[in-house]
Unconditional design. Sequence first.
Length: 202
Amino acid sequence: MAKHFNTHTERLDLGFWQEFIMSHGKQLMFPKGRYLACSGECTVELGFVTSGYFRYEVDSCNQKTVIGGFAFPAALVGDYPRCLYGERALFSIVAGEDTECYVMDASVIPAMCDTDPALERQCRLIMESAYLSLSERHCNLYALSPKERYVELLRQHPQIIQHVPLREIASYLNISPIHLSRIRRELLTGTTQESRNSGWNL
């Protein structure tokens, strides 16, 4: 992706985390559909994605699985901070395609923070940054229309169409695939101002 999908990670020292996880973990290949974490099961995995992508899945009240986020290359992945304490995962984290990732046992991190101020600071920054990202997404779900959310997604991440199936993008936007198809058709036929101002590959 051209920029970090989870914009809050731009506030983090990802070089620090890449080196830390690589030195304390191991490189794994996740075939498409393999789980890094399963909702309701204890998790201790924290990873750094090097290729492919993961999606964060949540089971809604009507037994439908919805997508709450993605982790693309150069991103941290894991159910943080639950993975630090071996708690039950809130999300299922699934490889959206064949994905390469360095993974470590995050349950060792709290004890390490007691003697490593730099690590403690980085862990705190993850929580602060994740809150900022979550609050922004929550606000956008209420403040922006589905069309506006899609346009903004393309503006920030125009390459997502090349990597992620449209049904997953629709789920992330909290709309149906049919609704997304209607929005794309409007943009492609030039019936909206956004399409006249964009050069996107919709």
